[in-house]
Design a protein. Structure first.
Length: 535
């Protein structure tokens, strides 16, 4: 019988509670390599004990074989596990593992009979018509999905509220959580650049590169030679996997790696099942050191001894990147670190998934361009320390970096320098309030403290409120578009990459969830404080 880890027990309990609460279709999200098959095998066992009949859906032979093996271990003969795919029609079994393709046939669905629960492996596929047809046929069955990512490359919604299938994520643990607890190994990454690979010319569809166009670009470039040299230089003693976009490129990469002196074999989707099993068996035994593949090892492939993955299929899809990297994160005796080699070319402004995609945190600038690879935990910890230092140094409060309004009718984002001067930014100049309640307040306009003394636009206002009102009247006449209008829509959205990069060059933090207005205000406080001599 399979012994569940505490988080797997929690996932099973969360699904049970969701069903008891009336939810039809909960989903569990766990990283690749952390035992999703164990979770749904235990669920199936509980369903059988309660008198139900579970159907497990998968879409690849490897996933079906894994599921059958785990289910038989967990059920320990209490119930037969049947397979429905191809020529196999074991529709009589109390527990059935079926390929979704086999259930396209209405006759096959009728033969299968009553089903009380449907468990979907790799649940991000569930919105495909072939899956929906199954869910609709057994409309009274409860559903549950397990997956490493709820992201799809085509952007289709998976949540029921947006026309998808799944009602809610009832249990989730991310890669960082698993690494910190030793369930996955830490990972580092380096980029290798193919100088004659121009990704800007590669066709895109659904937000990512098309396989065919990307395959042609890679095949026509020096990418195979670059990959072979990267393996020779950085992973000569490692067992690894190369992901390529097409069968042709998988074979081309295999030839280049073989030419560099490594035992390597390609695998692809239409390869004969027996031949593919034999090839993978040689990889597991160590006879073959490297596998190149055309996107067939992203799901249902376990090779804990593999420690390096080459992403020779650049992608903008976070879900696809997570699936590829996840192949090498499983622990294995003597394996302390997993390694990623990202193959890139000229991308311009095109977003590419990279090591930081695994966390969702903004640590990309440290991950790209480093001379040496950086570990995922190291990047995250560096960012946390940087943000802590920046928070302490800048003392970000409502007086220094947020919109401040003493009255609801204030239209401009009044800010305060480190020395306590109220101001509104105006390009390279600013409007400032000088004085106090005793001597009165002056409204000044200039670019430095000395120039403010010669730039009065109003003087001896009795209160700061009067000075602010006078300043805004003057601003509206002088050209309001030049100033900090707090109603501008751009202030409420995510800061641009250029704005974020400029802020960091000034030593300012760009924290998760910050709006463009907040970042802009922090930049203004930093610059104007310096111009006022208030460093």
């Amino acid at each position: 019988m399979l012994k569940l880890r505490p988080y797997q027990d929690e996932a099973v309990a969360a699904v049970g509670q969701a069903w008891s609460g009336g939810m039809r279709a909960p989903v569990v999200v766990l990283p690749t390599g952390t035992g999703k098959t164990v979770v749904f095998s235990d669920l199936a066992d509980r369903i059988v004990k309660a008198g139900g009949r579970p159907l497990i859906l998968a879409h690849r032979d490897e996933l079906i074989e894994q599921a059958v093996a785990k289910l038989r271990t967990q059920l320990r003969g209490r119930a037969e596990v049947g397979v429905v795919k191809g020529a196999r029609r074991e529709v009589w079994a109390p527990v059935v593992v079926a390929s979704v393709q086999s259930l396209r046939s209405e006759e096959r669905r009728r033969q299968l009979g009553n089903v009380t629960h449907i468990i979907t492996d790799e649940a991000h596929h569930a919105v495909a018509d072939s899956y929906v047809r199954v869910y609709d046929w057994w409309a009274r069955a409860r559903l549950v999905g397990v997956t490493a990512t709820l992201l799809r490359g085509d952007g289709r919604a998976l949540g029921a509220r947006r026309g998808g299938i799944w009602d809610d994520v009832v249990y989730e643990r991310d890669i960082l959580w698993m690494i910190r607890r030793g369930h996955l190994v830490n990972v580092d990454a380096r980029r290798v650049t193919v100088p004659d690979l121009d990704l800007q010319r590669v066709a895109r569809r659904g937000g990512d590169f098309t396989d065919g166009s990307l395959g042609h670009a890679l095949g026509d470039s020096t990418a195979p030679e670059v990959v072979a040299e990267a393996i020779r230089t950085h992973a000569a003693d490692e067992a690894g996997i190369v992901f390529a976009p097409t069968v042709d490129t998988a074979m081309i990469f295999a030839e280049a790696i073989k030419g560099a002196g490594f035992a390597v074999e390609p695998v692809w989707g239409d390869m004969g099942a027996a031949e593919r099993r034999a090839t993978i068996a040689r990889f597991h035994s160590g006879q073959t050191q490297w596998l190149t593949n055309c996107m067939v090892l992203t799901e249902g492939f376990d090779a804990p001894h593999a420690s390096t993955v080459v992403i020779a299929r650049p992608t903008s899809s976070a879900g696809l990147y997570v699936q590829m990297v996840g192949r090498v994160l499983r622990p294995s005796p003597g394996k302390e670190m997993a390694h990623v080699i990202d193959v890139v070319g000229a991308a311009g402004r095109l977003p590419l998934a990279d090591l930081t995609t695994l966390t969702g945190l903004d640590v990309r600038e440290q991950a790209i361009g480093d001379a040496e690879p950086r570990s995922l935990l190291g990047l995250v910890e560096d960012r946390a320390r940087e943000e802590a230092r920046a928070r302490e140094e800048l003392q970000i409060t409502e007086l220094t970096s947020e919109e401040v309004s003493l009255f609801g009718e204030r239209h401009s984002a009044w800010l305060k320098t480190r020395g306590g001067t109220w101001f509104i930014p105006a390009g390279k100049r600013f409007v400032a309030l000088l004085g106090d309640d005793k001597a009165g307040w002056n409204v000044a306009y200039g670019s430095t403290a000395s120039k403010l003394d010669r730039g009065y636009v109003a003087q001896e206002m009795p209160t700061i409120e009067d000075a602010m009102a006078e300043a805004e009247v003057w601003i509206s006449k002088a050209g309001a578009e030049l100033y900090g209008d707090k109603a501008r829509s751009w202030r409420k959205v995510k800061p641009s990459e250029q704005m974020a990069a400029f802020a960091r060059r000034l030593g300012l933090p760009v924290l998760p969830g910050m709006r463009a207005g907040e970042v802009s205000d922090a930049i203004s406080v930093k610059l104007v404080s310096a111009r006022m001599g208030q460093r």
